[in-house]
Design a binder for this molecule. Structure first.
Ligand SMILES: *[C@@H]1O[C@H](CO)[C@@H](O)[C@H](O)[C@H]1NC(C)=O
Ligand SMILES: *[C@@H]1O[C@H](CO)[C@@H](O)[C@H](O)[C@H]1NC(C)=O
Ligand SMILES: *[C@@H]1O[C@H](CO)[C@@H](O)[C@H](O)[C@H]1NC(C)=O
Ligand SMILES: *[C@@H]1O[C@H](CO)[C@@H](O)[C@H](O)[C@H]1NC(C)=O
Ligand SMILES: *[C@@H]1O[C@H](CO)[C@@H](O)[C@H](O)[C@H]1NC(C)=O
Ligand SMILES: *[C@@H]1O[C@H](CO)[C@@H](O)[C@H](O)[C@H]1NC(C)=O
Ligand SMILES: *[C@@H]1O[C@H](CO)[C@@H](O)[C@H](O)[C@H]1NC(C)=O
Ligand SMILES: *[C@@H]1O[C@H](CO)[C@@H](O)[C@H](O)[C@H]1NC(C)=O
Ligand SMILES: *[C@@H]1O[C@H](CO)[C@@H](O)[C@H](O)[C@H]1NC(C)=O
Ligand SMILES: *[C@@H]1O[C@H](CO)[C@@H](O)[C@H](O)[C@H]1NC(C)=O
Ligand SMILES: *[C@@H]1O[C@H](CO)[C@@H](O)[C@H](O)[C@H]1NC(C)=O
Length: 799
């Protein structure tokens, strides 16, 4: 999802990250964590979460800034720090998510009076010392301009903040630090009746508040429990707006009448700690403050920063270790690009198992599928290789959400239903997991019922789940522009991209039906519907750019209920759309294509590239059109619909051109720098694009298909966490300057292999793929028999 970044186009990028000079890794063993740079995407609209978290952790601690692009909390764009909060999402567009319950420290209050400290976010925000910024797996830290050093690490539901205060203030008096906790979130969405209490003796703060989700419906209530350690407590109390008192220990605060949440919270003041740090342990829970307290006590019982940090470091190392590469000839920045992308695939979704107040269940519960429209394409397929047991739990969670909420989610955050962007793309996720053999507790019968419901039953509110326009879909075989739909309600736009996505969703259902057995009628029915994309193809449609004919004929077009054509310029909502008034996202006045153009959606027929190639006039014309899309910047690699287009040359028998495109986009648009992402990371969608591309296998998601290109390393090995077998891809004649990116021939487990794709057994059975590279395109992988599966028949190819 890319709601804002195109408009904002943040250009400022502060190089504030002191990368420790990576020691020169040998090609045999190295510590993967040295190649994780969490700050990639912290400016220029990447919106990543750069702070401390466990893989899929619920507690995510970081410094929050007042940037207009603070969706992930912290940014390196010169913005000021407003506080240190414990809940975040990563890479999202839309409004900032979470950022709840910020702490803020003062070494002392002016005049030694609690009213001498500043409480409202707008007044207290402050700069930090650029050179002090440090982020590494399980850790984030910086020094505020006031001289207070703040370090943080996390357990699953608990953040641990370490504050080191200057021993004296500027007038030489011993410090008397004050730490406040603000009942706030990043987007100031707090509703009525936030509450907080502070225990006079221990300083423990507990409370909760109701907030709004950042891209969805409803609200959520989050609870917390904060404890302090390290210095004797001097006094404590609450604050409201800009005034505080140690005489009051409980606060219940309204949102306020003018729509802006009043600042309110609590504070604890300490006797001078000298050089001893003060620790703040913040547990969070969606269930209760008591649960927040008990998680915190169980997870970080003794406020041991080093021990908590060490567990986080070891957990990350273990998660990232199944994938190793040869470092021969490779510079550290290439490795950093690769491993940082992989790291980001495990920040979101978040494991909220045991924290779901919405229903009782023994199934896992994951949240922050933000959004599946973004994640189905490569992030979840990537995790299916590297962390299949977690994907299995995510799939179980999706199915359990269907069981209890009635529908599979398309987007979900903060326990709320998120907005649907196109199809019911959880169907693709389930098919992908099914075809790749995930089992372990997944109820595939219920999963199948869930996807069939998406295809057959229209929800009343299809902006949150399922699909709209199902009567038309079944009767006419497309989603009409200006559909007559009285059964369910949603944003009546995107008729073309919804038709294309629904077609693919139906293919996913057919694939599951096929595998589950005994469902032959369903297989046929959904395969039939998966051909519906053809109903919007207008074979005589032309496309002009700035008055000049592009020369291409035949594009998808909107169609009315009465089966006559409407019109949308094929370049509308493309990266080179010259119309400043184009509306391309979820607005009511949006286009018939979501966040991209007809030009790009023209290629979104992932299940039937053969028929699409014929439709476009054969393989040469298809390649020509795909080149035009890329060469003229019609596509925008910073948004997910672009991903597959980089590799679709494989289907036209030109795998060499996929490799070439991949090497153009990386590094041109993906760099291991703070501003190194071309758009919102969308959880780790961009990260997974980088990881798959550099690994040399790119998935066609929803199918058991990986398209083969040469890895960016001499070799890549991936150990399957399920079977413990190690799959290896090795380049012979590897050239680190990437002139030799053309596969001349290949062997699989020693036997010549000419298919330009491979299936998931490569990973689970630990096969070895050896690619011999050369400097020119070859005939490898170009015959019809070598092409990836497609529903229709490949025609018009050489042999
Ligand atoms: C940050 O705060 C400083 C002073 O506290 C101010 O000069 C500066 O303009 C602020 N930066 C931004 C980006 O708002
Ligand atoms: C320094 O601390 C003393 C004692 O807490 C206080 O009276 C004084 O106002 C402080 N000075 C400044 C500049 O904050
Ligand atoms: C908030 O508290 C007030 C006063 O106790 C009460 O009247 C009101 O119903 C509460 N609002 C909500 C949304 O709980
Ligand atoms: C924890 O402390 C030990 C001993 O001082 C040190 O070797 C280790 O690096 C520390 N761990 C972390 C994550 O800082
Ligand atoms: C590892 O590096 C050594 C020395 O540079 C080289 O001889 C060897 O072939 C490399 N091995 C692999 C698997 O890349
Ligand atoms: C290894 O050292 C070489 C030469 O100093 C340097 O160019 C390269 O970036 C280093 N590689 C890694 C992986 O650190
Ligand atoms: C699939 O489509 C064909 C041709 O339109 C039709 O004959 C057949 O009945 C359809 N099958 C199902 C199960 O809908
Ligand atoms: C079909 O409907 C569209 C939109 O209402 C209208 O502009 C067009 O004239 C209709 N065509 C026919 C043949 O009725
Ligand atoms: C496409 O964009 C790239 C990078 O922004 C630029 O170098 C190139 O000139 C553009 N090409 C066209 C045809 O506009
Ligand atoms: C994989 O290795 C782990 C750790 O050694 C072991 O517990 C597990 O049983 C192994 N799995 C298989 C399928 O061999
Ligand atoms: C692969 O191609 C190279 C270079 O043309 C050749 O030397 C080698 O024998 C070929 N290997 C196979 C298995 O065809």
């Amino acid at each position: 999802m890319k709601i804002f970044e195109v408009l904002l186009g943040f250009a400022i990028s502060f190089i504030a990250f002191g990368v420790a000079a990576a020691q020169n890794a040998t090609n045999s063993t190295y510590d993967v964590l040295q190649y994780v740079n969490q700050l990639i995407g912290s400016s220029n609209g990447g919106n990543i979460f750069p702070g401390a978290t466990l893989p899929y952790g619920m507690a995510k601690a970081v410094a929050d800034t007042d940037s207009g692009s603070n969706q992930g909390g912290f940014t390196t764009d010169g913005s000021n720090i407003t506080g240190f909060s414990s809940m975040h999402d990563s890479g999202t567009g839309g409004s900032p998510s979470l950022g709840n319950f910020a702490l803020f420290p003062y070494a002392s209050c002016a005049g030694d009076d609690v009213d001498g400290c500043k409480y409202p976010k707008k007044e207290r925000k402050t700069q930090f010392v650029d050179s002090s910024l440090q982020a590494s797996p399980g850790y984030f830290g910086l020094e505020l301009a006031s001289g207070v050093q703040v370090d943080m690490t996390t357990a699953q539901h608990t953040s641990l903040f370490r504050f080191k205060f200057p021993a004296t203030n500027s007038s030489g008096s011993a410090s008397s630090p004050l730490i406040l906790m603000d009942l706030t979130d990043l987007s100031d969405s707090r509703q009525d009746n936030g509450s907080i209490s502070v225990d006079a003796t221990t300083g423990r703060m507990t409370g909760n508040a109701r907030f709004l989700p950042s891209f969805g419906s409803g609200y959520y209530v989050l609870y917390f429990c904060a404890d302090f350690s390290g210095a004797p407590i001097r006094d404590n109390g609450i604050f409201a707006n800009s005034r505080a008192s140690a005489d009051v220990k409980d606060l219940k605060i309204s949102r306020s009448i003018n729509g802006y949440p009043l600042p309110g919270g609590a504070f604890v003041r300490f006797e001078s700690p000298g050089d001893t740090p003060v620790l703040a342990r913040v547990g969070v829970s969606f269930i209760s403050s008591a649960q927040a307290c008990s998680s915190a006590e169980a997870e970080i019982p003794t406020f041991d920063f080093n021990a908590t940090h060490t567990v986080a470091v070891n957990t990350w190392r273990e998660k990232l270790s199944p994938i190793t590469v040869s470092t021969t000839g490779i510079d550290a920045s290439t490795l950093t690009n690769f491993y940082s992308g992989i790291y980001r695939t495990m920040v979101n979704p978040q494991d909220y198992t045991g924290e779901n107040p919405l229903w009782q269940s023994s199934e896992p519960y994951f949240d922050s599928f933000y959004c599946i429209w973004d994640l189905f394409r490569s992030q979840l397929p990537f995790l299916t290789i590297l962390d299949p047991s977690t994907v299995t739990r995510m799939v179980r969670s999706l199915i359990d959400t269907y069981v209890h909420e009635g529908w599979l989610p398309d987007c979900r955050m903060s326990l709320c239903k998120g907005y649907t962007q196109g199809g019911s793309n959880a169907d693709n996720v389930l098919a992908d997991a099914y075809l790749k053999g995930l089992t372990d507790g997944i109820d595939w019968t219920t999963a199948y019922a869930a996807v069939v419901q998406d295809a057959e039953v229209e929800p009343y509110d299809w902006s949150n789940e399922g699909r709209g326009g199902l009567d038309s879909w079944k009767r006419l075989g497309y989603i009409p522009v200006q559909d007559f739909d009285y059964k369910g309600f949603g944003t009546m736009t995107r008729s073309i991209s919804r038709t294309l996505e629904y077609s693919y969703n139906d293919f996913a259902i057919a694939a599951m039906a096929n595998g589950l057995g005994g469902l032959n009628t369903d297989v046929q029915k959904y395969l039939n519907r998966s051909a519906n994309w053809q109903n919007l193809f207008k074979s005589d449609q032309t496309s002009f750019f700035n008055g000049a004919d592009t020369g291409y004929v035949g594009f998808f077009q909107p169609k009315y209920l009465n089966e006559t054509w409407g019109f949308q310029d094929p370049l509308k909502c493309s990266n080179i759309d010259t119309n400043p008034n184009s509306v391309c996202s979820l607005q009511n006045s949006g286009a018939e294509t979501f966040e991209s153009s007809i030009w790009e959606y023209a290629f979104f027929v992932p299940h039937d590239q053969a028929t699409l190639i014929t439709t476009f006039g054969g393989p040469a014309a298809f390649v020509d059109r795909l080149n035009y899309l890329h060469d003229n910047n019609i596509t925008y690699i910073g948004n997910e619909p672009a991903f597959l287009t980089v590799f679709q040359y494989h289907y036209a028998g030109r795998p060499a051109l996929s490799a070439l495109r991949s090497h153009y986009y990386i590094p041109a648009f993906f760099q291991p720098t703070n501003d190194g992402l071309p758009g919102n990371d969308d959880s780790g969608a961009m990260g997974s694009f980088v990881a798959f591309s550099m690994m040399g296998l790119f998935p066609n998601p929803g199918q058991d298909v990986y398209l083969i290109t040469p890895p960016y390393f001499e070799s890549v090995s991936i150990k399957s966490p399920i079977t413990n077998m190690t799959a290896t891809i090795r380049n012979v004649n590897f050239d680190p300057t990437y002139k030799n990116v053309y596969i001349q021939n290949a062997t699989l487990d020693g036997v010549p292999y000419s298919k330009n794709w491979i299936d998931h057994s490569f990973f689970t059975e630990g096969k070895e793929l050896v690619l011999t590279l050369g400097a020119t395109e070859s005939f490898w992988g170009t015959n019809v028999a070598d092409l990836p599966p497609s529903l229709g028949e490949y025609v018009g190819f050489g042999s």
